[in-house]
Design a protein. Structure first.
Length: 379
């Protein structure tokens, strides 16, 4: 009994135990629990907040235990409880928001249209957060600016966030943005970035000097001038996920990207359309420019088949002075320096598609058919 009391008192005295909130659907419990938890923390103690609404998160390494999931609650009742939780974790005048260190809200209901009324999350993102270091937002729409003060923000992950302007990213070192709008101005100030992943749409651009950026991942449909003025002299890892061949020359024409220093290259073409000859020409230019490559990651049939075909033929002389790690949809191989790679590459080409194993004319015919199938509606 004395041991139990000792442990109980130790837990009560350890305020860090009460400053982390991982909330997954059991909202009724948390509505009553949060005030008690906050009362056990120091008034100036920083808070780590994680909220998931809907299905379990697939993007986080810290996936909640599925055994905790309950049946789908009444949407109206869930919305009331959700708003109550946000209100408690923000404070009437933002006094709790000032203590945020990590704030993550993954609202799958907002993304799938399951709410009976629009989410009020944005209404709680209007207060200063002077200690916030990590921010993860999914499916936030607002006509107002959010989070006016984020001087310490280091990590941002934004998915489907549509607001007039993004928070201050001057201190940020890692940013991931997908399906968002109006982020270019914030990224222009984020000159301390070390890792950046961004999906482009119309009017988006990167025209900044990022002296410390070592990892860059680009996707979407960048305009022809989207990367004019971009400089990343320390870049060593480059990921490209495009659906149109016109995106590749936008990247290749960027004079501020040191292609001859890239060591890791990740290429995939999502839902590809267009002329296969364009893909071949631009992919050849990309491979030829990355002279110091050590790891080549390929995903999807088109990117894999094109690159293997090029390496099996005219680009076989590339990277022959070192080991090259080849990652084909998660399966890794090592190409040794000086060896004849054609047999190995032909074998993998056959695994991808026999239609691309012949001459370039036969491969081009197959790719034209493949791309045509991609854009033809299924009847």
């Amino acid at each position: 009994m004395l041991v139990c009391k000792s442990w109980s008192q130790a837990a009560l005295d350890t305020t860090q135990l009460w400053s982390t909130f991982k909330i997954l659907n059991d909202f009724d419990f948390w509505v009553a629990c949060i005030p008690r938890r906050l009362a056990r923390t120091r008034k100036d103690g920083l808070l780590d907040i994680h909220i998931w609404v809907g299905r379990p998160p697939c993007l986080s390494q810290e996936e909640p235990d599925e055994s905790r999931l309950k049946g789908t609650p009444d949407v109206a009742e869930l919305r009331i409880a959700y708003n109550s939780i946000l209100r408690s974790l923000t404070g009437i005048h933002g006094e709790v928001a000032r203590r945020w260190r990590i704030f993550r809200v993954v609202d799958y209901y907002a993304g799938s249209g399951m709410w009976d009324k629009p989410s009020k999350l944005a209404e709680y993102l209007v207060f200063p957060t002077p200690h916030l270091k990590e921010l993860h937002l999914y499916n936030v729409v607002s006509s107002r600016d959010i989070l006016p003060e984020t001087p310490l923000l280091k990590t941002l992950q934004a998915w489907s966030v549509n607001v007039p302007s993004f928070p201050n990213l001057k201190a940020a070192t890692s940013v991931r943005i997908r399906y968002c709008t109006n982020f270019s101005v914030a990224l222009a100030d984020a000159t301390h970035l070390e890792s950046l992943s961004v999906e482009f749409s119309l009017n988006d651009s990167l025209k900044v000097d990022y002296p410390n950026l070592h990892t860059l991942q680009l996707s979407g449909c960048p305009e022809s001038t989207a990367l004019d003025g971009l400089s990343a002299p320390s870049l060593r890892s480059l990921g490209l996920q495009f659906s149109v061949p016109s995106a590749l020359p936008v990247v290749l024409s960027c004079k501020g990207l040191p292609f001859n220093h890239i060591e890791f290259l990740d290429v995939s073409f999502e839902s590809p359309t267009g002329n296969p000859i364009s893909y071949v020409e631009h992919t050849r230019r990309l491979l030829s420019a990355t002279t110091k490559l050590r790891t080549l990651k390929l995903s999807g049939m088109l990117a894999t088949s094109l690159v293997l075909k090029l390496l099996e033929s005219e680009c076989q002389s590339l990277w022959q002075d070192r080991d090259l790690k080849l990652d084909l949809d998660g399966t890794e191989y090592t190409l040794r320096p000086g060896e004849d790679r054609s047999l190995l590459l032909k074998e993998h080409l056959g695994e991808v598609s026999s239609g691309i194993c012949g001459s370039w004319e036969e491969a081009s015919s197959f790719l034209s058919w493949y791309l045509g199938m991609e854009i033809t509606p299924v009847s």
